[in-house]
Write a new protein. Structure first.
Lengths: 295, 326
């Protein structure tokens, strides 16, 4: 400890790493913390729930359209065929979350690759790639995903790819903007002056510094991808043999005026998941951009 | 660059994009596993080898791929999108019968979302840390996170059995009689719930955006000047601030058009709205390629036109772009 005290205030503040600073901001953000806990709870429910509450979600176990809370064996009631809704919710969560995550990863890979190349090289490469991006943005995403899924028979993998293929343009534009900004900074010039090759500069020097906004965007993309997966399986375009929350809503929608619960519970599950993911995304955004916090 | 030259350039660019859409869709569909001829035959109920080759000849499926593409592009240029395999009707007339309701739904939803969203955002911006701001932030996140088809179903349950004041099915009443005005009222009455459902997803973005944009603008010097002149708060907010805050909203409104069409596909399915969504769904299930191609093309056409209109309204809303451009 130094014995000399500075004249004003409590001294020079300790340098704080940006990540630590972001974490400090994040954990003081009540909605973000709530979203994180909610998301953990949902993931735990889906991952471990099936081990505690076992059973085939397609099996007919009780009278059709048993309301929730009436029969102890089917706590959330049954659907139009007499299938246990709680089993469906537990089993259906896995594909929904998996497709959301996988599609977000595909989006990120395509978007970062194309956006990074466009932003780093500029010139005609940038022009060409941005025209391709605009081209994909003209196609309404859900319709385009419907076509891709129909062409290559429906499965969890096809759905993930279809969603990833339609969602990447936004990530590409964001990556490009970040690369354009960062490539002019001194440390990039320093890396170039010591003879680093383009690939190294792009992925080892620029990308790590462009990550914060990309992480935010990836988080929000998970939410969008979950909504897409739900919409596609609601329409019956996902694999009908894979239980999912959207499929549960789709198969029970004809009977909504007789029984509200078979469509309400899966919808609440999708809503809570996307809500939690957006709270986390907003929280990360605030944490990485302290300047924008007051907005 | 003059306005005319600008419009011409944008038009040409739009046409190139649309031609690209045609080429992409064509190759995507031909890259897929499965023989279209067998699909047609299947829809007609089993087929012999002769029948299959007959179908291939009738639909041009036996020609080389590039020839098929050239034939297709030539037909499209003449307004012919082919015959639907399943409906056995020209695709263009199938789409023509359904494009109106979809456009009506999309525009109504966009109008509701922008109006309500901007009003919410402006109100919230006047007290950025007030309770209304918090309520709007929560409401907009909630509206965004709920799947649109589920929101629609929940509204149907609400309005069909609990408070039956809005129709929940179709575009017109079955037992309908009356003149033109009565017909318009009937359609608007049926439009209320689907349009509101679709608008809910986009409310979030517009209210957040206009709130952020208004906070920026309200802190600007010219707003302080306007206040210093002694103008009423309403005049300051709506005449001076909002006009400047509206630019980012126009940009986003243009970008959202494709997403509105995507959302409309689901909303149409929930409310039995007789638009392109239902047709897309049917043609996907029947592997009805020409219809699917036609719908994708029309959807892209709608987006291109919307983008063009957005660009133009941007030029009118921001005098700097207009004068700087000339």
């Amino acid at each position: 400890m130094s014995t000399i005290e500075p004249a004003i205030g409590g001294g020079v503040p300790e340098p704080v790493s940006p990540l630590r600073e972001a974490w400090t901001v994040y954990r003081r953000n009540a909605p973000a913390v709530f979203g994180t806990l909610l998301l953990f709870a949902i993931v735990a429910f889906v991952l471990y729930g099936t081990f505690i509450y076992k059973g085939d979600p397609y099996e007919i176990v009780w009278a059709p359209q048993t309301p929730p809370g009436v029969e102890a064996t089917v706590p959330l009631g049954t659907d139009n065929l007499g299938r246990d809704l709680l089993r469906g919710l537990l089993k259906g969560g896995g594909p929904t979350l998996a497709v959301g995550a996988a599609a977000a990863i595909i989006t990120l890979v395509i978007g970062i690759l194309l956006g990074g190349i466009a932003g780093y090289f500029g010139g005609w490469i940038d022009d060409l790639l941005m025209r391709i991006t605009e081209f994909f943005q003209v196609l309404p995403a859900l319709l385009f995903a419907m076509v891709v899924i129909t062409l290559f028979s429906p499965s969890t993998i096809t759905t993930s790819i279809a969603i990833g293929v339609v969602l990447w343009p936004q990530t590409a534009r964001l990556t490009r903007a970040e690369f354009l900004k960062i490539r002019e900074l001194e440390y990039v010039m320093a890396a170039r002056s010591i003879g680093a090759r383009n690939g190294r500069i792009m992925w080892k020097v620029i990308l790590p510094n462009a990550l914060p906004p990309l992480i935010v965007s990836a988080t929000l993309t998970v939410g969008v991808a979950i909504l897409f997966q739900a919409g596609l399986s609601f329409l019956g375009l996902d694999d009908p043999n894979t239980m999912s929350w959207g499929l549960m809503i789709g198969t029970n929608r004809q009977y909504i005026l007789d029984a509200w619960w078979p469509v309400t519970f899966p919808g609440v599950a999708i809503f809570l998941t996307v809500f939690a993911v957006s709270l986390v995304g907003d929280g990360l955004n605030d944490a990485f951009n302290p300047k924008l916090r007051e907005r | 660059m003059g306005l005319t030259a600008y419009i011409v350039r944008r038009l040409i660019y739009g046409i190139i994009l649309l031609a690209g859409v045609l080429v992409l869709n064509f190759f995507l569909i031909h890259a897929a596993p499965g023989d279209p001829a067998e699909t047609i035959a299947g829809a007609m109920g089993g087929a012999t080898a002769e029948m299959l080759s007959g179908i291939r000849a009738a639909y041009g499926l036996d020609k080389p791929l590039l020839t098929q593409l050239a034939i297709y592009l030539g037909h499209v240029a003449h307004g012919d999108l082919g015959m639907s395999y399943y409906f056995n009707q020209p695709v263009i007339s199938l789409i023509a019968a359904r494009v109106g309701p979809t456009i009506l739904l999309v525009f109504a939803a966009q109008l509701i979302a922008i109006t309500v969203g901007v009003v919410m955002g402006v109100l919230a911006a006047r007290k950025p840390s007030g309770p209304l701001s918090a309520v709007i932030t929560v409401l907009s996140t909630v509206g965004y996170a709920a799947p649109v088809f589920w929101t629609g179903i929940m509204l149907i349950i609400l309005f069909a059995s609990i408070i039956p004041i809005f129709p929940v099915d179709g575009m017109t009443s079955a037992r309908f009689s009356g003149g033109f005005v009565a017909h318009v009222v009937d359609v608007l009455y049926h439009l209320a719930l689907p349009a509101f459902t679709l608008a809910i997803i986009f409310l979030a973005q517009y209210s957040r955006l206009s709130r952020a944009s208004m906070i920026d603008v309200l802190g600007a010097d010219y707003v302080r000047t306007a206040r210093a002149k002694g103008l009423s708060e309403t005049k300051v907010v709506f005449r001076h601030a909002l006009r400047n805050a509206v630019l980012p909203i126009i940009t986003v409104a243009g970008i959202q058009f494709g997403n509105l069409i995507s959302g409309a596909l689901l909303v149409e399915s929930v409310f039995n709205w007789p638009g392109m969504g239902r047709l897309a769904f049917d043609s996907v299930l029947r592997r009805d390629y020409p219809t699917l191609l036609g719908i994708l093309f029309f959807a892209a056409l709608m987006v291109v036109i919307a983008n063009l209109l957005t660009d133009l309204s941007y030029r009118f809303a921001d005098p700097r772009i207009r004068t700087g451009g000339r």
